[in-house]
Design a protein around this ligand. Structure first.
Ligand code: SAH
Length: 297
């Protein structure tokens, strides 16, 4: 028994597609080291099928009209050396004012809100900029639901008492945003994802965190009933545009919608569609090449 460590160099624009592909192939974890992605597989998967999956990837990139230039090298790591090489790459990271994202084998630091995430899937481990931005913005805007805090945006979810604050996480991935919402005091939380692997990962992470009140569903926003005080959707801009009416119709009056995952400039396409659905912008948050929008009715 052992593991394979792949070091893959890929163009920035193709990185997210690679991450999705590796997760889909059942990799154990991904570390995003700026230029190089380090991806781990168990040798149970068989090196021939791993290589076949990776070697067919440039064709997929070409079809998506993304940069398909791509190099990799790999090495076998024996069971004995595994813990060292694997675990030391997943160090806890601090996000927002209070969160620390950490793998299940680390001890949560005192005084922080721990988000325990199994690193089997990169999207949502917090190594992605948009996940970190979402966590910080959820932390910031969830304070509006605290009646003791003055409300500078003149929006108060007056209809949400503490016991029934609700949160919808569209495209939950590892469940990290839903777990954060639970730890911030939201009481009715739904995470939905079209990918069954994401549903499994989110379910596992909820167990690690012992968080309550989170329901994870396989599907889209259309499968979710009811209206929510807070909606988070960290998705590509084309998807945000496609599901704009689903987001607007599931947001309570004076609720908060956090849209993330847009690359700078794409928000110019997303915002008018959201405005047509009756939403208005409160904040445009720019983090490098990524943009997030905070909207309300
Ligand atoms: N919320 C996590 C993961 C974001 S990655 C985070 O912020 O880190 C985006 C996720 O959305 C993926 O898991 C993908 O499977 C899912 N997804 C893509 N389109 C979707 C749709 N139309 N409805 C629900 N989930 C979707």
């Amino acid at each position: 028994m052992g593991y394979y460590e792949f070091k893959i160099e890929v163009a920035e624009e193709s990185k997210d597609a690679l991450i999705q592909r590796m997760s889909g192939m059942g990799c154990l974890g991904i570390v995003d080291n700026e230029k190089t992605l380090i991806v781990y597989f168990s040798d149970n998967d068989g090196i021939t099928s791993i290589l076949a999956g990776i070697n067919s990837f440039p064709d997929i990139l070409k079809k998506a009209e993304l940069d398909s230039s791509f190099t990799y090298k790999y090495e076998f790591i024996s069971e004995r050396d595994w813990n060292e090489s694997w675990k030391k790459k997943f160090v806890p990271i601090e996000v927002g004012d209070n969160f620390t994202i950490l793998p299940p084998w680390e001890t949560p630091p005192p005084g922080r809100i721990p988000l325990i995430i199994d690193p089997g899937m990169a999207f949502g481990t917090g190594h992605h900029e948009t996940t970190r931005t979402c966590l910080a913005l959820i932390e910031k805007y969830s304070r509006l639901f605290d009646s003791s805090v003055s409300n500078e945006y003149e929006i108060l979810s007056a209809n949400a008492s503490c016991d029934e604050r609700s949160f919808l996480d569209i495209g939950t991935g590892t469940g990290i945003l839903a777990i954060a919402a639970s730890k911030l005091g939201f009481r009715i939380i739904t995470g939905v994802d079209i990918d069954p692997l994401a549903v499994d990962a989110a379910t596992r992470n909820i167990k690690h965190n012992e968080t309550v009140n989170i329901e994870i569903m396989e599907g889209t926003a259309l499968d979710v009933e009811g209206k929510f005080d807070f909606i988070a959707a960290n998705l590509m801009s084309e998807i945000l545009i496609r599901i704009a009416s689903d987001i607007a119709s599931r947001l309570k009056p004076s609720g908060i919608a956090l849209l993330s995952g847009m690359i700078s400039g794409q928000e110019e396409d997303v915002l008018p569609v959201m405005e047509d659905e009756g939403l208005r912008i409160i904040e445009r948050f720019i983090d490098g090449r990524w943009v997030s929008l905070i909207l309300t009715h």
